[in-house]
Design a protein around this ligand. Structure first.
Ligand SMILES: [Ca+2]
Length: 196
């Protein structure tokens, strides 16, 4: 009886971990739900009057029927995060974070800025324990950096990793239009537990 119970438990654990690793943890990774799912972006005060906008379009998505669109009139910084905000994590866990992006012809990065960044906030409750910045090349750093690659006008995958530091119990992944203007398309945004 004991043996069967242990085997059953192992089976459940194996099934759980295989579902977990590599599976997107965030809601609606392909943006198919549009504004109803994603709501309004976070726009800091310095960018509120610069036409900063998160919208959704059925025009040329990377997958499915819809993709997200971030656009601004001038030198704007704003972001969106998965519904629900921060997710519960444990120190030492590493996450794969990926998104597909495509610049429109009018997309322009302001001098000495990355233009696009994924900012991963590591938190203890609401307090910051650390920050990981992933640029459009997929390079992760504790610093924002002052440059980024030219973002292609064809769909391109950005893929990086972030590891949860000691003391953190929550993680929030923010996709930032970081000091740029024009239009940027985004699709297939996935946050998943990396294979250990
Ligand atoms: Ca899509």
């Amino acid at each position: 009886m004991k043996k069967i119970t242990l085997l059953s438990l192992c089976g459940v654990l194996a099934a759980t971990s295989s579902l977990f690793a590599g599976q997107p943890l965030n809601t609606d990774p392909s943006f198919e739900g549009g504004e109803a799912v994603w709501g309004k972006p976070f726009i800091p005060a310095d960018s509120k009057d610069r036409g900063s906008k998160l919208s959704f379009t059925t025009e040329d998505p990377h997958s499915g029927n819809m993709c997200a669109v971030m656009s601004a009139d001038s030198n704007s910084r704003f972001a969106f995060a998965p519904k629900g905000g921060a997710m519960n994590v444990m120190p030492g866990q590493t996450f794969d974070i990926s998104i597909w992006i495509k610049a429109a012809a009018d997309f322009k990065i302001h001098p000495k800025t990355p233009g696009f960044i994924i900012r991963v906030d590591m938190l203890k409750g609401k307090a910051s324990v650390g920050t990981v910045y992933i640029n459009a090349s997929g390079e992760a750093s504790e610093r924002l950096g002052t440059t980024g690659p030219v973002i292609p006008t064809t769909w391109t995958e950005v893929k990086g990793q972030a590891t949860v530091p000691e003391g953190a119990d929550r993680m929030r992944v923010n996709v930032f239009f970081w000091r740029a203007s024009g239009t940027l398309y985004l699709d297939d945004f996935e946050v998943s537990l990396a294979d250990s």
